[in-house]
Design a protein around this ligand. Sequence first.
Ligand SMILES: Cc1cc2nc3c(=O)[nH]c(=O)nc-3n(C[C@H](O)[C@H](O)[C@H](O)COP(=O)(O)O)c2cc1C
Length: 384
Amino acid sequence: MKTVTCIEDLRAIARRKVPKMFIDYAEAGSYAEETLRANRADLAAVKLRQRVFVDVDKRSLATTILGEPVAMPLALAPIGLCGMQHGDGEILAARAAEAMGIPFTLSTMSICSIEDVAAAVTKPFWFQVYVIRDRGFIRELIQRAIAAKCSALVLTADLQILGQRHNDIRNGMTVPPQWKLRNILDIATKPNWAWSVWNGKRKTFGNLAGHVKGMENVNSLAQWTASQFDPSLNWKDIEWIRSIWPGKLILKGIMDVEDARAAVTSGAHALVVSNHGGRQLDGAPSSISALPRIADAVGSDIEVLFDGGVRSGQDVLRALALGARACMIGRSYVYGLGAGGEAGVRRAIEIIGKELDVSMALTGVKAIDEVGRQILVEDRSGNR
Ligand SMILES: Cc1cc2nc3c(=O)[nH]c(=O)nc-3n(C[C@H](O)[C@H](O)[C@H](O)COP(=O)(O)O)c2cc1C
């Protein structure tokens, strides 16, 4: 990992090591991928203000998220199927996050189960829930998260209906992969991946198998999602979730000021400005372009987190300057996982942390709570 200097290096290694079906799954956006591209392009368009002769000795990235101290304003986003990027992927990522002092979020659609991850770490992690039609099962899942001492529930709001990713269809994505000639030839060139997945604890969805029908071997994730996820989910259901989850609640997938206000009214403790990494509503604006208005409207009432396109510490700094309390990273750590397991995820976090530290210094800032719009050349509305 020593010659790895940036997230792009991890991406290049992951692309060599992970079978096409799963790296395509990680990289893709929905439909024409306009929103996926906008996430990156609009972040790059936010310009940082270079300042000089400011004493920036003794800097710190430490801050808090939901009142808990963190080493830097970063968390690992919920990612389905991490255990297909690397055997035991969720356990390795959770351990890396713990070692680096930031929260890890376990997806409902993980390979390792809530209990597997809880047994592998010493600090609480966050659990992300997708609400499926069988509410009895959701209650059970939330009880499992309580029993595992998860410290926050991340309720994902933007995937009750699945946006199409063309490559998942073309590749015939299944979990685990089927023994088709095309897959065998591909996996034969990825022996480290095959070894790690073969030796991993589980080969299918750890939170769902044995609890939900048809989860032992998902021939079509898209079809399963379409039949099981509940499109009737609405703000009233948040009350129900709050009645069965006593802890911190984070609503993920907020892109609109009206929805952000409703999130505050719902009693949630945080929201994530997110378009699911460009994987859902193609044609939606980039999440960085939605952030300032949401942060201005509700930032004093609720913690505003951000994700979408973060590939560097500079990107984190941009989001903080536009009102985020912290960023979640998705693909940036998935690349680390595919490239080098736990060490790869640690490297991804370390790279972003170092870039954030250096970039803060070069904008004349020493601490996270000093970061504001004053470090931007101009904000999205043309003002500084
Ligand atoms: C491969 C992949 C799987 C994902 N799975 C989930 C999931 O299970 N639950 C969820 O809430 N979001 C999921 N997301 C969305 C991420 O949590 C996050 O919003 C997104 O990755 C942020 O964009 P970035 O990848 O550009 O950092 C997934 C994203 C990717 C790339």
